[in-house]
Design a protein around this ligand. Structure first.
Ligand SMILES: CC(C)(COP(=O)(O)OP(=O)(O)OC[C@H]1O[C@@H](n2cnc3c(N)ncnc32)[C@H](O)[C@@H]1OP(=O)(O)O)[C@@H](O)C(=O)NCCC(=O)NCCS
Length: 169
């Protein structure tokens, strides 16, 4: 019998390539057909290994979920960026590689990020998702998030609605 270790830990600079690949795969599968193709390519290409290496070295908070020797997903988070919303923390991104979705790993990453934010005094929390990203919307609702704000974002010629889910501290 073999056991596979599953852990959530802070990303190291050596994880940059694996996080970039995870970002690439997850964004392609989540946003194809939602974000126009050329824009999606730009957004993905901007976030290569160098971008992640620099973010991790600068101390941005990035956690990875490791399954055996593979990075299955990541979350990055910190202070809430939208001043008009009175929440302390924000999960900026939370993504799993397609083959690791639907196994409870998203919940694990979310719980770890929330705990980490809480430990640094950021108790309440907000997350934005594109309204068309149904699995993300269902995921955040399932985790008890309350829809508290709506906004929109332009991707090339397309304007997409987004919704903020929040959790009180
Ligand atoms: C959205 C995402 C992070 C969810 O992670 P996951 O590991 O697949 O979700 P989990 O298995 O941890 O599910 C947690 C809960 O959310 C619910 N959920 C997750 N995906 C769902 C879906 N597509 N439809 C309905 N409910 C869903 C589950 O029912 C589960 O509830 P339960 O624990 O009570 O059974 C992951 O699928 C992902 O990375 N998707 C693509 C990228 C993305 O959209 N990221 C979010 C951007 S804002």
């Amino acid at each position: 019998m073999s056991t596979t270790l599953i852990e959530v830990r802070p990303a190291k600079a050596a994880d940059a390539t694996a996080v970039a690949t995870t970002h690439d795969e997850a964004w392609r599968s989540a946003y194809q057909g939602i974000i126009p193709g050329a824009e999606l390519e730009k957004l993905i290409n901007r976030r290569g290994p160098q971008w992640w290496d620099s973010a991790i070295r600068k101390g941005s908070r990035v956690s990875v979920l490791v399954f055996g020797d593979r990075i299955a997903g990541y979350a990055n988070y910190g202070r809430n960026r939208a001043r008009s919303l009175y929440y302390d923390g924000e999960i900026y991104e939370l993504y799993l590689r397609p083959e690791f979705q639907g196994l409870g790993f998203g919940r694990k990453l979310f719980t770890a990020a929330r705990r980490d934010l809480g430990q640094s005094g950021l108790q309440s929390l907000v997350v934005w998702a594109l309204s068309d990203n149904e699995s993300a919307v269902e995921f955040y609702r399932g985790l008890g998030g309350r829809a508290v704000a709506r906004s929109s974002e332009r991707f090339g010629t397309k304007v997409l609605d987004k919704v903020a889910y929040a959790w009180q501290g």
